[in-house]
Design a protein around this ligand. Structure first.
Ligand SMILES: CC(=O)SCCNC(=O)CCNC(=O)[C@H](O)C(C)(C)COP(=O)(O)OP(=O)(O)OC[C@H]1O[C@@H](n2cnc3c(N)ncnc32)[C@H](O)[C@@H]1OP(=O)(O)O
Ligand SMILES: CC(C)C(=O)C(=O)O
Ligand SMILES: [Mg+2]
Length: 562
């Protein structure tokens, strides 16, 4: 039993912002994205990345469209230092991409950080110091004045160090670390003091990053904090407001979205939410959330599986199968009613219209994911999913009542195995029962002649391994085949439904398939299915399959042979 928390934890106090504007805003364009996979993400890994791995990750981030990438903490790690040198010396940084590096507000670290960036065309130097009360009191044994003085002093050190390399276009980023827990008036005081020293202008902006270093409140409170800063800080037109939400409460994505509505221009995060503890905000989810609202995020996740594989390989951390957009199972429906709705949604789809497939917030094809994974069949599934797989993968558009009949075979199979039935399993069950049934009656040869609206059929069939010749006459091939076969069936046969179509996909493309539903005497109808290059042969095979499955062929054959 959990202890009573009220004497141990305090609620985060609400922000006094009665005229808050963000709740009625919408996001109409993407923020500037900054990937900190190679810094915040990397510092949280069990095995931090090597230079080679970081380079591979960096190139992939560039490919995805990131224009700002935090590549490391070069004063802390030789690997990070070497990576920065490699990126610059081997020209791996495209013209429109800016690398960023992090440093504490310590002079020797700042000097080495700036030194690592020598020769860069443009670079962001990111300095941080914690400003929240717990950090002032517990970690730094300091006070507000001391923390503010450190921010100011650090900014001057960055100014002095960068001035030594005038060929680089320097961008300064300051983070009041643990902004999420800092008194707003004090956060503003520190930020204003920093911008007063750096003197950004609208043409030479600096970045003020307001991190939820630890996520401490509901996302609306973070949005209030951001809107308050957006409305109160000095030199707002010369500042890019950036947010850096961590996910301690599991609401970083919501916090980032509301923060952008509240005035943030830029979002820092990691792919799939890697990062310290519960991670940084997930940039993939944020970007694709925008995409599904009709706003292009400016990042390319059109091959999401490849992105996921790369990140899993570099971080050595798996992406959860239910992770939004990218998880292995997120475009998979197992349950019958979901499959049914998805199948109907795909069937009703009109090209170039808005996406309206029930249960699927995004078209898997937009993320390079195939439809085959959309529907998977287990014992929770119904006819809809089974029919969907047969249609998508084998081009079989089976009629509704046949779906009901066939789903019983699949249900028996999944119940017995306790496992998922793959589309190959389902197709093989379908073949075993209909298309390649090894029954008592089999078609060997068909000859058709037409005259005066009448069709004559000559059939060679095997009944219980005996060759039999049958003739039939009718208004069409199906009627002629019924007449031919009736001589071998003990009860009257009546075709109650018939469908045929050409197969457009799968291994049988170009063939025709016929579905026939036949009533035998007073018994419930039975389906037969036939497939052949010739539509007549497909129809005859379907009828023979129905006769065979009905069980009356044996009786009829016995009678005929007698
Ligand atoms: C929220 C974040 O993600 S912040 C980024 C965190 N990332 C990292 O720390 C990864 C890389 N860091 C490191 O490798 C090391 O911390 C180093 C090399 C930077 C520094 O190492 P050390 O000098 O051994 O210090 P250590 O790691 O113990 O840091 C604590 C000291 O730094 C000081 N410090 C911590 N952060 C800052 C800061 N932002 N500015 C100034 N001083 C700071 C602390 O007050 C403490 O000082 P003290 O030793 O006088 O008490
Ligand atoms: C360095 C800062 C921005 C950080 O990672 C954090 O506060 O979480
Ligand atoms: Mg962080």
């Amino acid at each position: 039993m959990l202890d009573q928390p009220s004497s141990k934890y305090r609620a985060f106090p609400p922000i006094d912002l009665p005229d808050r504007q963000w709740p009625s805003r919408t996001i109409e364009r993407p923020p500037v994205w900054m990937s900190t996979d190679l810094r915040d993400g990397n510092q949280a890994l069990i095995d931090p990345m090597s230079v080679a791995t970081k380079l591979k990750f960096f190139k992939a981030l560039v490919q995805m469209g990131f224009k700002e990438i935090e590549v490391g903490f070069p004063s802390a790690s030789q690997t990070d230092y070497d990576l920065v040198r490699l990126l610059i010396e081997e020209n791996h940084i495209p013209e429109d991409v800016t690398i960023e590096v992090l440093t504490q507000a310590r002079q020797e670290l700042i000097e080495r950080t700036v030194e690592s960036l020598q020769g860069a065309r443009r670079a962001i130097v990111h300095m941080y110091n914690p400003t929240a009360p717990d950090f002032r009191e517990i970690v730094y044994r300091s006070d507000k004045a001391g923390v503010k003085a450190l921010a100011e002093q650090g900014t001057r050190w960055v100014q002095e160090a960068t001035a030594r390399y005038p060929d680089t276009q320097w961008v300064y980023q300051y983070s009041p670390e643990v902004f999420s827990g800092t008194e707003l008036a004090f956060a503003k005081e520190v930020v204003d003091a920093v911008t007063a020293i750096w003197q950004p202008t609208p043409d030479r902006k600096m970045i003020i990053n307001l991190p939820a270093t630890v996520e401490m409140s509901t996302p609306n409170t973070y949005a209030d904090q951001i809107e308050w800063m957006h409305r109160h800080i000095e030199r707002r037109d010369s500042v890019v407001i950036s947010v850096h939400p961590h996910n301690d409460r599991g609401t970083a994505v919501a916090a980032a979205e509301l923060a952008v509505m509240a005035g943030a221009d830029r979002v820092e995060g990691c792919l799939f939410g890697n990062g310290e503890r519960t991670g940084n905000v997930d940039l993939v989810t944020l970007a694709l959330n925008l995409y599904t609202q009709g706003v292009h995020p400016g990042l390319d996740f059109s091959q999401i599986d490849q992105v996921r594989q790369l990140v899993e390989e570099c971080n050595k951390i798996p992406v959860h199968p239910r992770h939004p957009y990218a998880g292995e199972l997120v475009f998979t429906a197992f349950s019958g009613s979901h499959q049914d709705a998805i199948k109907k949604g795909f069937a009703a789809r009109v090209a170039d219209s808005y996406w309206r497939v029930p249960y699927l917030p995004v078209d898997p094809a937009d993320l390079g994911r195939s439809y085959e994974s959309v529907v998977r069949v287990n014992s929770q599934s119904g006819k809809g999913g089974i029919a969907f797989l047969l249609a998508q993968e084998y081009g079989l558009d089976i009629p509704r009542r046949l779906q009901i009949e066939f789903s019983r075979f699949v249900q028996a199979y999944t119940d017995a195995s306790g496992k998922e039935a793959t589309s190959a399993d389902i197709f093989s069950l379908f073949e075993r029962e209909y298309l390649k049934r090894e029954g008592a009656i089999e078609c060997r040869h068909i000859e058709q002649h037409s005259r005066d609206d009448q069709v004559t059929l000559a059939l060679e069939v095997l009944i219980n391994d005996q060759a039999v010749h049958l003739d039939g006459l009718g208004t069409g091939p199906v009627a002629a085949a019924v007449q031919a076969l009736q001589t071998k069936v003990a009860v009257p046969m009546q075709v109650v439904d018939y469908h045929e179509h050409a197969i457009s996909g799968g291994g049988a493309a170009g063939e025709a398939v016929s579905y026939i539903e036949v009533k035998f005497g007073e018994h419930p109808p039975v389906f037969g299915v036939g497939r052949d290059k010739s539509i007549v042969a497909a129809a005859v095979k379907a009828l023979i399959n129905a006769v065979d499955r009905s069980g009356y062929a044996n009786q009829g054959a016995a009678t005929a042979c007698a």
